[in-house]
Every structure is written in structure tokens, then in C-alpha cells.
Design a protein around this ligand. Structure first.
Ligand code: SF4
Length: 295
């Protein structure tokens, strides 16, 4: 975090700018997501000191460098275990995990499922560009079947992971999808995710203009529609309806698929129910004795 700390609640989106120039390719969907996140923090009236951004490896590992809050860059696929550790140490912090589809739905897939079934209060934003961008364009877990990439020159043989349906059945209590080309709508989804008390997933269609020439802004603009504007009035409390919407692939719904109130993991952990671990007096704990019990 930069020098400009603030304890006042009137920060503007630009106050969250670290001043570092993003290294993303011109036109990359990450720019829209970056704008939406900064605007969401400002609209929520959050202070820089109460936010921690955890990122992984990939083009989307840069967010903590461009957003002036606390931040930590973890290793590939391990965003959620690091975020969970920080949350358990101080559950008063807002934990924002940001990574790509390869990081979260590939190598981090196990952590993704387990974090959701715990319902730990973290907002996970996945920049889903359906390709490995940083390593110059290989098929990722969400690449469409048939997509021609460097690693699939005859077309991808595998069915893509459907993160929305997976999140719904794994116990996530807020499941949404946005589009990097609609910053205002995405901002609203992120705000609702941060306000939600429990695990929130915001999967984002994020065009990779350099390596994915199929799932482009034009392609998404023709395919996406907003759940909240749809005439069939999607009920976000109805799990069956949410799953049905998640499986649509001719047109692609964006918005909130599913939302549920449920006690969080940290609210159930006896030792931290009353106050965060970092606020507790541990001066009488004999660390050596404790270590000897385990080693
Ligand atoms: Fe964005 Fe793709 Fe460039 Fe990475 S390679 S910065 S995802 S456009």
C-alpha cells in the first residue's frame, strides 16, 4: 500500500490507483475489471486499510499492484488458501481474491470447491478469458470445445468447466457473472458480492484480445443478456432455476444466479467468534510447549 493511507470514507475510485501503469495489452478485458473494482471500493466507502487483495499467477496477478490497498501475490492456484488464512487471522478485513480461470479452475480447483463448501466470507473475482494469456495462448479449463490454440492446434477436445454451476452445487452462497465490457453492471455485482456475508464468486467474461480471437467483445456483446432484465424474472433464491440458467450456452446470462443466507465458517469457529485472532492476548501461550506436542 502506498503512502496515502486514509481513515476517511470519502475515497474516489482514483484514490485506489497506485500510479503504476498496467502492463496489460491494449484493450485487454482486465482494464474494465480494474475500473469496476476501484469504483466498487469507492461506492462502498471502504478504507484502504480494511481491504486485502490476494492474487495468483497469470495476467490477472497484477491487480494488487494497481489497487492501493493491502495486497499479497500468492503462488499459482493458491489464492484461496492464502486468503482463508488471512481471513481467519483477522476476519474484520475484506478479503478480495482475484485470479484467472487457469489459476482458479485448473490448478486451484480443489481449493475453489473447498472454500465454497466452508462458506468462508471472501469475494473471489475470476477474470475468465478462456485461455492461458500470460504463457501466450494455451487452452485453459474454460476454453470452449473445438477452440484452436497453441496447445490444441486441431481444436480443444475437452468440455469446458462450468464455474457457475460448480459454485452453486459446491455451496457458494453468492454466485454471479459479469462482463468486462459492462463496467457499471460488473461494479454492482462486485459491490453485492462484498456486502454478502459468505463466499461470493464473481466470474467475469474477460476478453483476451491477443490470444483468444473467438470470445471477443463483439462475440460477448451479441451473446450476453442480463438476468435481472429478463422477462422470466429469475429467482436468485431458487437453486434449480439458478442451475438451469448456469447451463445456458446459446445466450449467456450475466447477473446474480444464486444467493442464500447461511452462517459463515468464521462465525462457527469457537476461538474467533467473539473477536479476531489478532486482537486476542496470546502472551500466556507457551509456543515451545505447543510445538513439542505436534513435532
Ligand atoms: Fe490481457 Fe490477454 Fe494480453 Fe494477458 S495476454 S494482458 S489476458 S490481452
Amino acid at each position: 500500500m502506498g503512502k496515502q493511507k486514509s481513515s476517511k470514507k470519502d475515497l474516489k475510485p482514483e484514490d485506489f490507483n497506485t500510479g503504476k501503469k498496467p502492463v496489460w495489452c491494449s484493450g485487454c478485458g482486465n482494464f474494465g475489471i480494474l475500473m469496476a473494482i476501484r469504483q466498487a471500493f469507492a461506492d462502498l466507502g471502504l478504507n484502504k486499510e480494511e481491504i486485502v487483495i490476494i492474487s495468483g499467477i497469470g495476467c490477472s496477478d497484477k491487480y494488487h499492484q494497481y489497487i492501493d490497498t493491502y495486497g499479497f501475490e500468492s503462488i499459482h492456484g493458491r489464492i484461496l488458501p492464502v486468503a482463508m488464512g488471512i481471513k481467519l487471522a483477522n476476519h474484520n478485513l475484506k478479503l478480495i481474491a482475484i485470479g484467472g480461470d487457469g489459476d482458479g479452475y485448473g490448478i486451484g480447483m480443489g481449493h475453489f470447491v473447498h472454500a465454497m463448501r466452508r462458506n468462508i466470507n471472501i469475494t473471489y473475482i475470476v477474470c475468465n478469458n478462456q485461455i492461458y494469456g500470460l504463457t501466450t495462448g494455451q487452452a485453459s479449463p474454460t476454453s470452449d470445445k473445438g477452440l484452436i490454440t497453441k496447445s490444441t492446434p486441431f481444436g480443444n477436445l475437452e468440455e469446458p468447466v462450468n464455474p457457475i454451476s460448480l459454485a452453486i452445487v459446491s455451496g457458494a452462497t453468492y454466485v454471479a457473472r459479469g462482463f468486462a465490457g459492462d463496467v457499471n453492471h460488473l461494479k454492482k455485482l462486485i459491490i453485492a458480492g462484498i456486502k454478502h456475508n459468505g463466499f461470493s464468486l464473481v466470474d467475469v467474461f474477460q476478453p483476451c484480445v491477443t490470444f483468444n480471437h473467438v470470445n471477443t467483445y463483439d462475440w460477448f456483446n451479441k451473446k450476453v443478456y442480463k438476468l435481472e432484465n429478463n422477462k422470466d424474472k429469475h429467482d436468485t433464491k431458487n437453486k434449480d432455476a439458478a442451475l438451469k440458467k448456469a447451463m445456458e450456452n446459446k445466450k449467456l446470462p450475466i447477473g446474480v444466479f444464486y444467493k442464500k443466507k447461511k452462517i459463515t465458517y468464521e462465525e462457527e469457529v469457537e476461538q474467533i467468534k467473539k473477536k479476531p485472532l489478532i486482537k486476542q492476548d496470546i502472551s500466556n501461550i507457551r509456543i515451545n510447549k505447543l510445538m513439542n506436542e505436534f513435532i
